[in-house]
Design a protein around this ligand. Sequence first.
Ligand code: ADP
Ligand code: MG
Length: 281
Amino acid sequence: MKQLQSTSLVLLHHHLKALRLPTITAECEKLARQAAADNADHLTYLLQLTELELLERERKAAERRLKAARFPTHKTLEGFDFAARPSVNKVLLCELARCEYIDRRENVLFVGNPGTGKTHLATALGMAACGRGYRVRFFRLTELATLLLEARDERSLLGLKARLAKLDLLILDELGYVPASKIGAELLFDVISSAYERTSLIVTTNLPFESWTEVLGSERLTGATLDRLTHRCQIIETKGESYRLRDAKAKLREEGAAKGGSSSGRDRPRRSALEGGQTSS
Ligand code: ADP
Ligand code: MG
């Protein structure tokens, strides 16, 4: 009997492997013992096993999507201090995190000075989208321009564009630091045009719209890019001073206060000693 059981088990593992059900393979014996102890029927046992397999698959797929998106750092909306950036509407951001704009193929544009949380918010929305099953890719704009130029030289532009076309959300971070070459700007424009009404875009920039011509080179291209990008788009301004600067200033103030506090603390006994000395003299 024991012999038969172990033979069946080997066969079962073999079948489960062939069917690519690793979680069921790993859990079936433990759960069978549990089901026997609980007097659970066969269908309940099967339901529990298949649920475990599905959950693990979803977890792995979410992990793969997150890796494929290549976020430079991981950021969340929970980690964003909305009180420090009143121009950013928390309700709107939470709504965007539900990703309905991606189903509607709409875009999101973050405009504001350096250090005001644009990359943080774009990443947080991207990560929320990964969690909900969307295919996302994060690029710094200069990185994408370089990649496009290289692909063009290597005659692999079509392949790259096909990969981009498969995305649900394309994040282009930091439009504005480096002016693109004429060809680079045209290739970027081509990506933005192809994404229009097919893939959602999140773009972050520290440049007001008037200055986009400096990056893209020509007024015609800038106009056409803005036209596509801002049609059906949420524009979110991150107004105010840099969070890093604010943080650094707050730390300096804290340090100053701590020093001030401890030195006056140190001064006090000295003064009293002095006073004591004066009294004694
Ligand atoms: P930007 O892209 O606008 O230059 P970042 O998003 O890179 O700014 O922000 C700079 C740093 O400050 C990041 O580490 C980011 O997580 C942090 N940061 C910015 N704004 C906030 C905020 N309101 N709450 C928490 N962290 C913030
Ligand atoms: Mg940034």
